[in-house]
Each structure stands twice: as C-alpha cells, then as structure tokens.
Design a protein around this ligand. Sequence first.
Ligand code: COA
Length: 245
Amino acid sequence: MSTIQIQDEQGVRIITINRPDKRNALNLDMYTQLTEYLIQGESDNGINAFMIKGQTDCFTSGNDVADFLKNSNLGPDHPAFKFLFTLLDLDKPIVAAVTGAAVGIGTTLLLHCDLVYADNSAKFQLPFVNLALVPEAGASLLLPRLVGPQKAAELLLLGESFNADDAYQMNLVNKIIPSDSLFDYAKTQAIKLAQKPPQALQASRKLMRYDQEIVRAQMNKELKEFAIRLQSDEAKERFQAFLNR
Ligand code: COA
C-alpha cells in the first residue's frame, strides 16, 4: 500500500501519510509523492483546497532519521526541500488534522497550513538542536513571529514536546477536536473552503502571505545551515544513537 494516499472529495484533495510501522517518518520517496500530489492539485480546477493527515494515532515522526544518515548531501533539489518550497508556493489553502506525534517537519509544516485542528493525543516537538540540526521550513522566522521570541527559543532550542493545549494557546492550532470526530471536522472545514469562490479565496490567501519572499529567503538560509549541520559528527552521532536505541 502506498505510503502517501490521496482521495479527492467535494473539491478537497485529502492527503494521508501512511507509513505506520515507522510512525509516518517521511522518506525521500514520500516527499516526492507529497510534492507531486500538491502540484497536481494546484493545477486541477476540480480541487480548491487540500487536507493533510496521518493515521488516528500519528501525524508524522518527521524526517526519516535513517535518511539523514544516508543522504547527508542536502541541496535545493533535495525532495524534502522541494516539498517545503512547494508548500510555500501553494495558491490553494491547506487544512491539517493532527493526531499523535507531529515531530520536526511534522510541526514546522503546520506553519504553512491555513487551518490546523488537533485532538488531545497530539504531541508536537521541534527537536532540531537535540539532533545537532537547525530549524527548517522557515520556522526560525515564522515561530518567533507566531509565539514571541522567548517562547520560540523554548520550543526550538530546548526542543521539548508540547501538547495540543499548549499548541492551541500559542495559536499553532485553531481548535482541539474530540478524536473520534477530528478527521470529519477537518474535512468539513476544508470542504467549506473549497466551496468559496476560488479566485477570491486564493487572492485573499495571497494578500495574507504578503511577505513570502522574506520567508523564502529565510528558508534558503536555513537550508544552507542545515546542510552543514547534517554533515557534522555531532549530528551523525545523534542519528546513530536514535537508530541504535
Ligand atoms: N525516522 C526513522 N524511523 C523512525 C522515526 C523517524 N523519524 N520515528 C520513528 N521511527 C521508527 C523507529 O525507529 C521504530 O522502528 P523499528 O520498529 O524498526 O525499531 C518505529 O518507527 C517505531 O518507533 P518508536 O520510537 O518505537 O515509537 P513510539 O511510539 O515509542 O515513539 C516517536 C514515537 C515519534 C515519539 C519516536 O519514534 C520519535 O521520537 N521519533 C524520532 C523523531 C525525530 O527525531 N524525528 C526527526 C525530526 S527532525
């Protein structure tokens, strides 16, 4: 079964991350599929919104740590960065439904989503420094802006996990929804978006994202630093330690 699944329903492309045996860790092939499905959806007049989710017990444990070790040569063409820049350049809105672990990119991708819903099982974490890495996806800019510099330092430098309530308090999550209705609720909200006049919806979204070029520049800076950190001995030790647990 495919590790990324799509279903188009009432103008919404629902993307499901499906690699439960590895807690939905994202490997290169999965990033490539995610990017393709987003690009296809962008050019499909029948699709007016996206929704992204994992299984009922896991959103994603972030980048596949084994891939960090195997593919330590990072450039702008790396599938993870292609995915992130595609997300940055989306015209159509995206809704996320978060259950269980949302680690690393599992949390930073939410900074590019328009509406984020979570249940009480959601557990967010930005463990970049713990892994001897630096933030990506523009999180070093978007998170301080969202939560303030001190709170962002706590999340990005200490890298401890936080729950749905914390995420709601810091405006990372729009609403906490009971587990049994989370996916339906998120889908209903995405369908509402999909039923709006598409051009006005996309133009409004664009106006709200007036400083995309600043975010892009920060993502490029992060990418350069991330590439250096990925090659470091301290990072390789951390990845190996996780894999050898
Ligand atoms: N990359 C690669 N494999 C991963 C992974 C990741 N990001 N996250 C989990 N896995 C694998 C584990 O190695 C394990 O594989 P195995 O069964 O072959 O040994 C399997 O998924 C289950 O993981 P486990 O840690 O036993 O599940 P858990 O429910 O106890 O914990 C997490 C879930 C997400 C909290 C924990 O797996 C975790 O912290 N993962 C790493 C997250 C991370 O550092 N991501 C990178 C961010 S930049």
